[in-house]
Design a protein around this ligand. Sequence first.
Ligand SMILES: NC(=O)c1ccc[n+]([C@@H]2O[C@H](COP(=O)([O-])OP(=O)(O)OC[C@H]3O[C@@H](n4cnc5c(N)ncnc54)[C@H](O)[C@@H]3O)[C@@H](O)[C@H]2O)c1
Length: 279
Amino acid sequence: MESSGYGLLKDKTGIIFGALNEASIAWSIAEAAYREGARFALSNAPVARRLGSLDILAEKTESPIFWADASSDEELEAAFSQVKEEFGQIDFIVHSIGMGINVRKKRPYDDLNYDWYHKTLDISAVSLHRIVHHAVETGALADGASVLALSYIGAQRVFSEYSEMGDAKALLESIVRALGYRLGKRRIRINSISQSPTRTVAGSGISGFDAMFEFADRIAPLGNADAESCADYAVVLLSDFTRMVTMQNLFHDGGFSTMGISDRIVEDMNDVLGTGTDE
Ligand SMILES: NC(=O)c1ccc[n+]([C@@H]2O[C@H](COP(=O)([O-])OP(=O)(O)OC[C@H]3O[C@@H](n4cnc5c(N)ncnc54)[C@H](O)[C@@H]3O)[C@@H](O)[C@H]2O)c1
């Protein structure tokens, strides 16, 4: 990509939730949005103040930070009031938030702690609903805006170690569709990107992540998509070039979702099993 960008988001304003450190997908999206001419606020949970390095990104992209826990109505309402004060009405929202509590604490899917499960669904999926709700209620979201969330193919298929996060992503994608219908009357669109396994804090919290990463990389004809390429796709979805795209879950996975098995996996399996020789 040309480092000067294409001005895809010139004159656009927004808010990006979920940049924690340089590895975060939202971090790359913020850098790409800045490159494309957008002005925006950054947001994360107050606890991320001491866990991450959002200040560095804020300085780099000349962005204010509005801290808000995405499971708190009060904090989100306050954040969108601040956004409105800073930018007036905004043109885009990026939801790049995820947290699997049972996954982190290594509770298996068939023995979930239900309080943690609720929290996982609340933080990882219901938060998208809350964010859109407060953006609309505070009058911070402009007609014709674009809302984007990050998902994973575990919403549709079983990835054994992805556990409760598969349910969270299924709910997230359903919320994208249900809100898409309602927001359409204001020409606001909402989509999710279903991204390849990516080495981030959220990604590495999943046991078996390395296997998921390597498996997908060996299956996908283009290999795994990294956070930078995801960010390039994201800015296109925030731009006017995709103004008629809504309620979609868009795979950004190097072709993984359409594959069955690849030569590379066949060779790897043959190596492990000692099969595949004619003798
Ligand atoms: N990493 C992957 O392999 C992968 C693949 C597909 C989709 N995704 C999705 O991409 C998104 C971003 O994740 P990432 O991989 O960049 O990891 P990340 O850990 O860098 O980002 C997750 C973010 O969620 C924030 N968060 C957690 N709880 C929150 C709360 N209560 N309120 C507000 N923010 C909160 C974290 O502080 C963090 O910034 C998530 O939705 C994730 O599920 C990740």
